[in-house]
Design a protein around this ligand. Structure first.
Ligand SMILES: [Fe+2]
Length: 387
């Protein structure tokens, strides 16, 4: 009897391990990575989705940022680059007399310089790391730095590039063209920061007002394709969704310090699953779930909804409840990812996402990622967002 119980324990641990295992390999539903060929005609609008770009090494650009600079210099004015937060690692923008300032400045400039010859719209938003340590002051410093840099680019007609402004909970509405609207808001404000500062001067200062306003906006654009852009994912199958790499299963302390090669195999699996309920940064935490519920209810107000996020350091495309969920959070970091309910594509590699919109045709989505052998950015997935 005792033997049977032991077997059951090991079977349960094995099942937990398999269910929560993630990898660094490219994965696609039915192993089909390229389903939609390039269109011969020009898209009406293109959207670049780039997340978690704030980790450039000191004094260096990256292969991805060099590639983006070329891509942006060729891109049409009928396009936008949306930077999905975590623009600074590990914490937000310090004061200029801080020893952390030179690296923070370099990390922001590495991203901003990709846009020097770009004719399209530019939108930055904060992620959780942008709020860390320096809080609201760090957010204001980041907004000022980004806007001061971009306003000096010759071809820009606006001086606003960072949303929401001043750390508020406000929702930025961008009518990209007659058929598409982009909504930008700060998920970290909703999940964690709204109760920690006085936002009474903002248009939206509490969660209830955010929920009401988001629903009003989406209803008013229900005949359009609505792209929701914020830092935290609604669905994800990486570490923030409870899946982790084999390495982290066996050496969980390496998530704290990469030098801690101390094996804790069973604890590692349990930590991978259990952490999602402990930290508000993970999808199973109650504060994070509240955010997901509010956004999903708003997404239900329109038939054509795309939700774009970063936060998880990988590339993912997920189709659930007739909605599309893009995770593009590997512009400077990568963490293992798995496939889950609705997954169409997942890859833990430095890269970004591009959505091309056409008239009378479903949008085409592409992911591009680093080919380490070629030291170049290459297409890794293409598909259609069927509405
Ligand atoms: Fe994040």
């Amino acid at each position: 009897m005792r033997m049977n119980f032991r077997y059951l324990i090991w079977i349960a641990i094995g099942a937990m391990f398999l269910a929560s295992c993630a990898s660094f390999k490219p994965q696609a539903k039915d192993d089909v990575f390229f389903t939609v060929p390039l269109q011969s005609h020009t898209p009406e609008y293109e959207l670049y989705l780039i997340g978690d770009g704030g980790g450039a090494p000191m004094g260096e650009s990256t292969i991805l940022f060099d590639h983006l600079k070329k891509e942006f210099s060729l891109a049409s004015a009928k396009s936008s680059a949306v930077w999905l937060g975590d623009n600074i690692y590990p914490v937000g923008v310090p004061p200029k007399d801080s020893p952390e300032w030179p690296l923070a400045k370099h990390r922001l400039l590495a991203q901003l310089q990709t846009l020097d010859n770009y004719k399209g719209g530019i939108y930055f938003m904060p992620g959780n790391h942008d709020w860390y340590t320096y809080g609201l002051e760090g957010i204001k410093r980041q907004e000022y730095f980004i806007e001061e840099y971009l306003v000096n680019l010759a071809n820009k007609e606006t001086s606003d590039f960072f949303y929401p402004s001043q750390g508020c909970g406000d929702i930025k509405v961008v009518e990209l063209d007659k058929e598409r609207v982009l909504l930008i808001f700060d998920s970290q404000w909703f999940i964690s920061k709204v109760d920690k500062y006085d936002f009474s001067h903002c248009e939206i200062s509490d969660r209830q007002s955010f929920e009401k306003r988001l629903n009003e906006i989406v209803k008013s654009y229900s005949d359009k394709t609505v792209i929701f852009a914020s830092h935290h994912p609604i669905y994800t199958y990486g570490q923030h969704g409870g899946k982790t790499s084999k390495g982290n299963h066996f050496f969980p302390l390496r998530q704290i310090n990469p030098k801690l090669w101390i094996p804790f195999p069973i604890a590692g699996t349990a930590v991978g699953i259990g952490r999602t309920r402990v930290t508000e940064q993970d999808v199973k935490h109650v504060a994070n779930k509240y955010y997901q519920q509010v956004v999903k209810e708003a997404m239900d107000q329109t038939p054509k909804a795309i939700y774009a996020s970063g936060h998880e350091h990988c590339l993912q495309l997920i189709n659930r409840d007739d909605r599309y969920y893009v995770v593009s959070g590997s512009a400077s970091k990568k963490e293992a990812v798995g496939m889950g309910e609705g997954s169409l594509f997942a890859y833990a590699q430095h890269g970004y996402c591009k959505i091309s919109f056409y008239s009378n045709q479903d949008p085409r989505i592409e992911f591009f990622a680093l080919d380490e052998k070629k030291r170049a950015i290459v297409p890794v997935f293409s598909g259609s967002l069927d509405f």
